[in-house]
Design a protein around this ligand. Structure first.
Ligand SMILES: Nc1ncnc2c1ncn2[C@@H]1O[C@H](COP(=O)(O)OP(=O)(O)O)[C@@H](O)[C@H]1O
Ligand SMILES: [Mg+2]
Ligand SMILES: [Zn+2]
Length: 293
């Protein structure tokens, strides 16, 4: 999420676990296992059926994030297992921390090597990140003047590498909201109502992958499964190719866009992928272009 201070990025991030399906019993036991290994409590009172939400500060060390240390233990990415890892002020994180995050993000597990021992811990988490559009924060806010120079803005944004951005499927711009707009606004949908839709689409996904239990959701589809379940018409294929060229997207982004398209179609209850689903998935890649030109 990219947007000026006060646009609701942190508010949205904290609510993501409330729209995710409850953990299954197996997932819950894994979460508890990590919790006891770390000697921390991952649950607030009465929230046992919610997934973990971890929000480490940007000054965190690589070990704090990945795990390890003299007494090897789980890091934040494992504490966020089956839940959300929220990195607020993403460009403020050390470059090294963001780079070491990439592999575990892809694998869903992390191997911590020490001279004495080597352990593998699960870390299947959803990465949610927030940033301001520029160092002062107000570039996209019509009510305030941004005082950052183009060079400062460029330097700030380039702290997030292309390969990391590549692995973020949904780029959302959070627009500045005025008090007047907020007071006028209709109350939005409740988390419970959104969660119902998500649970229904997850059921669809479970049925789709009944023969391959390792694939727990669309996000975990292999290349072969993508070809099977994300079939597009020749016209849609052309459209995607043109968008990829225009946005200068990598080959990795190609598969990822198709997975997101499948999920959008699932949420709409559509068996076949339709062009609006594909267009929606493509427009969630907007930062690829904006950040690196
Ligand atoms: N779009 C919005 N709708 C309703 N309330 C909002 C919205 N944006 C911001 N707020 C209010 O402003 C507060 C500050 O937002 P916050 O999530 O801290 O912004 P950010 O993290 O983008 O700086 C929120 O707790 C919420 O009360
Ligand atoms: Mg915030
Ligand atoms: Zn600025």
């Amino acid at each position: 999420m990219i947007g000026p201070p006060g646009s609701g990025k942190s508010m949205v991030a904290k609510r993501i676990p409330t729209i995710m399906p409850e953990p299954t019993l197996d997932e819950f036991l894994e979460i508890l296992g990590i919790q006891s290994a770390a000697g921390v409590s991952l649950y607030g009172e009465g929230r046992y059926f919610q997934r973990p939400f971890r929000s480490p500060h940007h000054t965190i060390s690589d070990v704090g994030l990945l795990g390890g240390g003299t007494q090897p233990g789980p890091g934040e990415i494992s504490l966020a297992h089956h839940g959300v890892l929220f990195l607020d002020e993403l460009p403020e994180f050390k470059r090294s921390a963001l780079e070491v995050l990439r592999q575990p993000l892809e694998d869903g597990e992390v191997t911590i090597s020490r001279s004495a021992a080597k352990i593998t811990l699960p870390c299947s988490f959803m990465l949610v990140a927030a940033m301001n559009p520029c160092p002062c924060g107000y570039l996209s806010d019509p009510r305030r003047e941004c005082r950052c120079s183009p060079t400062q803005i460029q330097r700030y944004r380039s702290r997030i590498s292309g390969p990391l951005l590549d692995r973020i499927d949904l780029h959302i711009e959070a627009p500045a909201v005025s008090i007047t707009d907020m007071r006028k606004g209709q109350p939005g949908e409740s988390s419970a109502a959104i969660r119902e839709r998500i649970v229904a689409s997850r059921q669809l996904q479970r049925a789709r992958f009944a023969d391959s239990p390792a694939t727990t959701s669309n996000a975990r589809m292999s290349h072969r499964q993508i070809r099977e379940h994300c079939a597009v018409t020749p016209e849609q294929g052309d459209l995607l190719q043109r968008a990829m060229e225009e946005l200068q997207l990598s080959a990795r982004a190609y598969d990822r866009i198709l997975k997101v398209t499948r999920t959008i179609a699932d949420l709409a209850g559509a068996e076949q992928i339709e062009t609006p689903h594909l267009l929606e998935a493509i427009q969630y890649r907007s930062l690829d272009r904006n950040l690196f030109y």
